[in-house]
Design a protein. Structure first.
Length: 661
């Protein structure tokens, strides 16, 4: 395992090229680099023709569109498939019933306990979704109403999402690892009418109660009138009369039938909101709409994962994040595919759990995150060798840059040295993959996300907004709209404009750093804003800082990312205590618990350094660059420090850091 500096070194040295495999190529959706280039060319010359064709091929519309695209990145306003109507749940379920897929597995669910397996055929999933849609309708949920979903990785989660989609309600899934406080903020922001939750989460052999978090959150959420609780673990839970009811009771009620007419939605009606961290304290409610998102989810699932009718596709993400929304639920189901959903973790009860699941279900396509690969790599190759992985045909990676060491290990030990790896770059905001290899077309360079997908006009810009020459690092931007892109920030149009369209007028600013090499391959360098990527999870430093300063002992806090061999980055917090408070290990532990409670366990700082000051400019701005360097133990060159109000602070911080070691 290597640290960040050697990763960067090996990235720069990386010259190996892996050609796409011959096996599987003849049957692939996109068969060659020439074919990719032809699609790309057409998508740039005639974007409306290209996307119109894809939308017709992949989606069933109740009414066709009047215009494929109306957009202006300056305003910004983006409309795809104007005037068209469709229902997402009908696309993911009903239409497959009519074409011979009734008895095909739509969702294969493996619970954490080995014996907990449920297989939903398309017919059965349809029935469950219709019934739950009727439950929601009975509670007065209708088109445009918001429903918050706070569930572990159990089938009721996609069922609830699809039920919302069926009746035109907007779902807002909140990752079950978030705290009561985070849940509360998200429910309050979108003013949900109903919350769907569970008694507990099963995780690594433990039962972690979830309902108490929901109760705590709902104390301050007047918009929520009903709370539906799934029984997962069977632990004792308090139920509030009039507000709370059990999922199984609601679903079994006499007046709940298997039939539920889908609501015909406008292509630009909201399908869901998903909150994500940005560089300010408050998470943004990213808005995705109906027609464009579904088209894009289906399109990218088909081309990037080369999904075929009898494949088993396993995306290991949690549905609480965008990756699970698009590549466990909407993409595979829109295509009539079979999606595997797993409740457990990679290393419990043993570090071969993922490989055991692959072996058990004969998984064809496996999509995971670099942090998982690095963690499993540390456990040694005996765990991959123990299992038969020969069913696999294609591997994927997402969430952060994959270092060449991890890439090679994945290729060799999971892919048997023969499988293509698609390193997919995208974001909550993009709805689906934007930059990735196509598995049977694109020669791979380990560590590079390779080329933009057809229809994606990506580039690297210099600070002043002009294209950077090959191999010069800059800002990753997208110069024209794609159907899966966000349409706004819920309740905050101004933030939508300033976050994504202000720095480079008329262009989408992804907030990532990247360079393009001499072959046009993209190498993603990570976030340029104050967002940290911990194990592929996006966290805003400002959010963690405001959680810290909410503690009575803390006067001020500054949080930065620190390189970590498994998690990619980890959280390093500089904390200034109030006068008279002593910086003890007990206080450190208390602050960690406090952050877990405020945001969730993923936000808990790995390192807390108590300090007496922060490096600030004379105008009071914290120079995070310096804090990042000290956190990384890189004391070499702090760059220009002439604007610092008090240069002595640096010496103090360095001494404090050394004392921690
Ligand atoms: O910094 C990029 C990184 O993850 C960010 C998006 O995070 P989120 O919205 O949570 O979505 C994660 C899953 C799509 C990006 O701005 N990122 C994502 N994929 C990659 C990546 N960085 C490098 N390579 C990738 N393949």
């Amino acid at each position: 395992m290597s640290d960040k500096s050697t990763n960067i070194e090996s990235l720069l040295k990386e010259k190996r090229i892996f050609e796409p495999p011959e096996e599987g190529r003849a049957a692939a959706w996109v068969k060659s680099l020439d074919e990719y280039r032809a699609h790309y060319r057409r998508s740039m010359e005639d974007p409306e023709g290209f996307w119109g064709d894809r939308a017709r091929e992949l989606v069933t519309w109740d009414r066709p569109w009047d215009k494929v695209l109306e957009a202006d990145f300056h305003e910004p306003s983006i409309r795809w498939f104007s005037g068209a109507r469709l229902n997402v749940a009908a696309n993911c379920l009903d239409r497959h019933l009519a074409v011979g897929r009734r008895n095909k597995a739509a969702l294969v669910w493996q619970g954490e306990p080995e014996d907990d397996v449920r297989v939903y055929t398309y017919q059965r999933l349809h029935t469950e979704v219709c019934r739950f849609a009727n439950v929601l309708r009975k509670m007065g949920v209708g088109k445009g109403d918001r429903v918050s979903i706070y569930l572990p990785m159990i089938p009721e989660l996609p069922i609830a999402m699809l039920a919302c989609a069926r009746i035109g309600a907007v779902h807002s899934v909140v990752f079950a690892g978030f705290s009561a406080h985070s849940l509360e903020n998200r429910i309050r922001d979108c003013e949900a009418k109903v919350l769907v939750t569970a008694d507990a989460v099963l995780r690594a052999g433990r039962t972690i109660p979830l309902k108490p978090n929901a109760d705590e959150a709902l104390r301050n959420c007047p918009s929520v009138s009903r709370c539906i609780v799934v029984r997962r673990a069977g632990n004792e839970v308090a139920m509030e009369p009039g507000r709370d009811s059990w999922w199984h009771d609601e679903m079994a009620a006499d007046d709940i039938t298997d039939r539920c007419e889908p609501e015909s939605m406008d292509a630009e009606d909201i399908l869901f909101i998903l909150y994500t961290s940005g560089s300010t304290g408050k998470p943004k409610g990213v808005i995705h709409t109906t027609g464009g998102y579904l088209t894009y989810a289906a399109h990218t699932t088909q081309w990037v994962f080369d999904l075929k009718d009898d494949d088993i596709f396993w995306c290991t993400a949690d549905i609480g994040w965008i990756t699970g929304h698009t590549y466990i639920v909407y993409g595979p189901l829109a295509l009539g595919g079979t999606s595997l959903m797993f409740e457990g973790v990679p290393t419990w009860p043993a570090p071969d759990r993922f490989w055991q699941v692959v072996e058990k279900f004969k998984v064809d396509i496996f999509y995971t995150a670099p942090t998982v690969i690095r963690a499993l790599m540390r456990e040694g190759v005996e765990w991959t060798r123990k299992r038969d992985l020969s069913s696999l045909r294609l591997l994927g990676s997402v969430g952060e840059p994959i270092n060449p060491e991890a890439w090679m290990w994945y290729h060799q030990h999971v892919g048997g040295g023969r499988l293509p790896i698609v390193d997919t770059w995208w974001q909550t905001e993009t709805g689906g993959i934007l930059i990735s290899a196509l598995p049977y077309a694109t020669p791979l360079k380990p560590g590079s996300a390779t080329l933009p997908l057809p229809g994606v006009d990506a580039d690297v810009f210099r600070e002043e907004g002009t294209p950077a020459p090959p191999n010069e690092g800059g800002h990753l931007v997208v110069k024209r709209p794609w159907p899966g892109m966000l349409r706004g920030v819920f309740g905050d149009p101004e933030r939508f404009r300033t976050t994504y369209f202000e720095r480079f007028p008329g262009v989408y600013d992804a907030g990532d750093g990247a360079r393009k090499d001499e072959d046009g391959y993209f190498w993603i360098m990570g976030r340029l804003d104050d967002v940290i990527n911990v194990s592929g999870h996006r966290l805003g430093t400002a959010e963690i800082e405001s959680a810290l300063v909410a503690h009575p002992a803390v006067a001020e806090a500054a949080v930065v990312g620190m390189p970590h061999p498994v998690k990619g980055q980890t959280i390093y917090a500089y904390v200034i205590l109030k006068a008279g408070v002593e910086g003890t290990d007990e206080l450190r532990a208390e602050l960690r618990t406090h952050v877990r409670k405020e945001i969730g366990p993923i936000a808990s700082p790995e390192v807390i350094q108590f300090s007496s000051g922060l490096p600030k400019t004379r105008s009071g701005k914290i120079m995070r660059r310096i804090l990042r360097k000290i956190a990384a133990g890189d004391y070499g060159d702090f760059g220009d420090t002439s604007t610092l109000a008090d240069p002595v602070v640096i010496e103090d911080l360095m001494a404090g850091k050394k004392a921690l070691l």
